[in-house]
Ligand binder design. Structure first.
Ligand SMILES: Nc1ncnc2c1ncn2[C@@H]1O[C@H](COP(=O)(O)OP(=O)(O)OP(=O)(O)O)[C@@H](O)[C@H]1O
Length: 284
């Protein structure tokens, strides 16, 4: 059962008279319940769920082998679940294929970066943008005025997205020559090009140095402030605790705790999963 407290832990900014700066639009964006997934004899997920409110950064954490990537892959259409129900933006949602997931409004990045290595940074983002292009095959073949205008718009939007994630100066560089941190940001730009409601990031800070992590954190906060919700798997607990509104911690395929960073940090099973039993035993 998903025991998560569904309200956001962050308070709405207030004006001097105490009224809210913006009218909070709290509604459930993604609701996932009762997901089970078995690989042969291994129960990788047991009755796992989560509820992401619009405007939240939601963290999925847990030790190695906890089931985070499996759950992510189920939500993003890579693995069919054995059971589970899904609602996105109030509508039933079937994550049956990557295309269906993108059309529904979820974009993702991968633990092992999956860029088109021999294409430029700009071309990589244009590929993501083409998914939203309205050009028909005939327009493409005939290279009509409408098609040319659409291509120019896609190029401009892709450039704007590179600027948004801070790598516009690398637009014409071949993707595989970019630094690790820049490749991760490029992957985020490509995912944003599909205009998602929810951006799902699998270990976005992996391999980053502290300064790259600080830049990433600012970027993710910016994306959230611009109205796109985020689900992230991340091993850097400090980053997750500082960034996320709500967190689910998994261990051995089941939810051990779900709540605000403070609630998760204080939970005995979370402490045990991360620090081992010794930490819980009272000192003499
Ligand atoms: N395709 C698969 N076939 C068989 N077993 C799998 C498959 N994918 C994952 N598993 C197993 O399911 C369990 C959960 O793995 P998963 O990768 O989801 O964990 P994780 O929490 O993402 O771990 P990590 O932090 O190391 O990436 C592990 O025991 C793993 O070996």
């Amino acid at each position: 059962m998903n025991r998560c407290n569904r309200s956001s832990s962050r308070s709405t900014p207030k004006l001097a008279d105490g009224s809210p700066l913006v009218t909070p639009s709290i509604h459930s964006l993604l609701d996932v319940r009762g997901v089970n997934k078995r690989f042969g004899g291994l129960q990788a997920l047991s009755d796992v769920g989560l509820s992401i409110q619009a405007g939240q950064i939601y963290g999925l954490i847990g030790p190695n082998g906890a089931g985070k990537t499996t759950f992510f892959n189920v939500i993003t259409g890579l693995y069919p679940p054995d059971s589970g129900s899904f609602t996105l933006d109030g509508r039933p949602y079937s994550p049956r294929s990557v295309h269906q997931v993108t059309d529904a409004g979820i974009a993702r990045t991968f633990q092992n970066i999956r860029l088109f290595g021999s294409m430029t940074a700009l071309e990589n983002v244009m590929v993501g943008r083409h998914i939203r292009s309205r050009s028909s095959l005939m327009q493409t073949v005939l290279a009509t005025q409408a098609f040319k205008a659409s291509e120019a718009a896609i190029r401009n939007k892709a450039r704007a997205l590179l600027a948004y994630v801070g790598v516009e100066h690398l637009a014409d560089k071949v993707a595989r020559t970019l630094s690790y941190g820049d490749q991760r940001r490029l992957e985020i730009a490509r995912a944003l090009a599909t205009e998602p409601k929810l951006l799902a990031l699998d270990e976005p800070a992996a391999g980053m140095n502290p300064s790259e992590k600080a830049t990433l954190r600012r970027l993710l906060e910016q994306i959230r402030n611009d109205g796109i919700s985020i689900l992230l798997i991340e091993h850097d607990v400090k980053l997750v605790m500082g960034l996320c509104d709500q967190i689910t911690a998994l261990d051995r395929g089941r939810e051990i705790v779900c709540g605000s960073p403070e609630q998760v940090r204080a939970h005995p099973e979370f402490i045990q999963a991360y620090l081992g039993k010794a930490h819980l035993e009272p000192t003499a």
